[in-house]
Design a protein around this ligand. Structure first.
Ligand code: ADP
Ligand code: TRP
Length: 320
């Protein structure tokens, strides 16, 4: 089964992004043929600072390699390295009714947020359709906000296939319903827009500060404490083994320790959990030529498939 997904680097990642989106994606690498690219042409629709766009693209590659993308198993590249996608984007544009794009929530939301409505933002789903259809992807893992884009892809593919025969594979989206929402330091959904995050790659000092800011009640140290509904405990569940969790419950019930102790314990667990990824990140951060080489190799593999597919598509529509 061919699984494909694109990622837009959105700056500093937090543990909600990790458990909610990245970890499930990495799991797919074990069981399927995974294609994964950094959607830097898409990022250009909203990011006009050249230096930042370049840096974000490399940072996204470093981050995903550090967290476990294995280039030996997964085809991993930067969208802009396989130019065929832009040619397909144009061809698909001729099979995309305006109404289909006018109904896109994501476009309407971005405009409502004040992001300048340029043409690329409007036709964003067509480029996304090209990303998917060029590689005959069967399954596209996405967050809920991207479901409609995969549906638009299917609509475009159907319209094309109706006129030219079975050229495109119809993709289906996959939303992981099992992943729970990770709470932030204030107990609400962790989100970069709420300022309640615990960051994935940060210094131990900052991590200590972020974990220290988790809201907890003020039961006196000597008294037993309730772990059920405690924000520290909820977050600890993500990092502790079942045995460690039982031990922590007992510590809550025993009394004699304050929430500060539980926070320090959680901080240590988070620090340990990402130790290997942090080391890998430090390595790739200082070996960016290696990162570029990995992306290049990935692009070559992807390009081979893309070139074959484009021949078929050009022929179908009559482009010489
Ligand atoms: P943010 O809310 O911080 O802006 P994004 O919207 O960029 O995060 O989310 C990127 C991905 O991470 C999405 O797939 C989203 O579902 C996932 N995600 C974000 N926050 C959480 C959370 N608190 N719990 C679980 N998954 C999350
Ligand atoms: N639009 C996606 C997002 O913002 C990124 C993306 C671009 C993508 N092309 C794709 C995702 C193709 C899946 C398949 O998250």
């Amino acid at each position: 089964m061919r699984v494909l997904t694109g990622i837009q680097s959105s700056g500093t990642l937090h543990i909600g992004n990790y458990f909610g989106a990245i970890k499930p994606m990495l799991e797919l690498q074990k069981e399927s043929e995974l294609f994964m690219f950094i959607a830097n042409y898409h990022a250009l629709t909203s990011l006009k600072d050249a230096k930042a766009l370049k840096q974000n693209t490399i940072d996204a590659a470093v981050t995903f390699l550090a967290l476990g993308i294995d280039p030996a198993k997964t085809t991993f590249w930067a969208q802009s390295h396989v130019k065929e996608v832009l040619e397909l984007y144009w061809i698909l544009s001729s099979f995309t009714p305006m109404g289909l794009l006018e109904r896109a929530h994501s476009y309407k939301d971005k405009v409502a947020k004040g992001i300048g409505a340029n043409h690329a933002l409007f036709s964003y789903p067509v480029l996304m359709a090209a990303d998917i259809l060029l590689y005959d992807a069967e399954v596209v893992p996405v967050g809920k906000d991207q479901i409609q884009h995969v549906e638009i892809t299917r609509d475009i593919a159907l319209k094309f296939n109706n006129e030219h025969g079975d050229i495109f594979t119809l993709p289906t989206f996959k939303v992981d319903e099992n992943v729970a929402t990770v709470p932030g330091t204030d107990g609400a959904k962790m989100s970069k827009s709420y300022g309640n995050t615990i960051d994935l790659f940060t210094t131990e000092k900052k991590l200590k500060k972020q974990v220290g800011s988790i809201v907890s009640d003020s039961t006196p140290i000597e008294e037993p404490k309730e772990y059920e509904g405690c924000n520290i405990f909820e977050m600890s569940k993500l990092f502790l083994s079942p045995h460690e969790l039982e031990e922590l419950k007992a510590r809550y019930k025993r009394g004699g320790e304050g929430h500060g102790h539980f926070k320090m314990y959680l901080k240590d667990k988070i620090w340990e959990h990402f130790a290997q990824a942090r080391e890998k990140k430090a390595y790739y951060d200082t070996h960016q030529d290696e990162v570029m080489q990995i992306l290049d190799d990935g692009a070559q593999k992807a390009q081979k498939i893309a070139a074959e597919k484009m021949k078929m598509i050009r022929d179908a529509v009559g482009i010489i």
